[in-house]
Design a binder for this molecule. Sequence first.
Ligand SMILES: CC(C)(COP(=O)(O)OP(=O)(O)OC[C@H]1O[C@@H](n2cnc3c(N)ncnc32)[C@H](O)[C@@H]1OP(=O)(O)O)[C@@H](O)C(=O)NCCC(=O)NCCS
Length: 158
Amino acid sequence: MIPVKIREIQNRDAKQVAKMLQKEFGDDYKPFHFTESWLLEKIAYPNDLFLVVEKNNKKKGENIIGVIRACLVDIDLAELRNIVVHEEYRGNNIAERLIKQMLALLKKKGMRKVIVRTKAENKPALSLFRKLGFKKEGYFLEHFRRGVDIVQMYKFLE
Ligand SMILES: CC(C)(COP(=O)(O)OP(=O)(O)OC[C@H]1O[C@@H](n2cnc3c(N)ncnc32)[C@H](O)[C@@H]1OP(=O)(O)O)[C@@H](O)C(=O)NCCC(=O)NCCS
């Protein structure tokens, strides 16, 4: 298992994390841009929780290799968003560890149900969430792009 540290995001991570999100999701959200200032605003918002994955022996300024955001969208409902693991480190169960840690945090915050939405064609993400006990709840047709359907999955936190 690759040794990594999962911790809460700090303002100093914002530039790197915004770059990672822009690279992964930028095309889907055009013309919106994931910028450092956008992220700093989200970090300051109490209903947005972020965890990052830090790899210590990476070059200074490039030590963040993964991120997850959870939005507390209602009293006891949270949505997982913006989950990325750096390409070079995929397949090492990093996303699994990251999501498990976020679910534990959400449980502590009193969340009862957690949802996640992903493109219906995103097989890695669908099987990742299935492995973690999420189930399909429904589809959003052509939700944010013509021709791109979205699957919503859910999990109740016992
Ligand atoms: C999806 C993503 C976060 C997975 O990260 P990862 O660290 O490589 O995933 P893990 O190593 O923790 O994988 C855990 C499980 O997910 C599933 N999985 C992960 N990658 C997979 C792949 N390429 N193909 C099929 N299943 C995959 C498997 O069930 C795996 O369990 P296993 O190791 O027992 O087979 C990563 O591929 C990524 O950043 N993708 C681009 C962004 C994205 O699609 N985010 C999700 C949108 S909500």
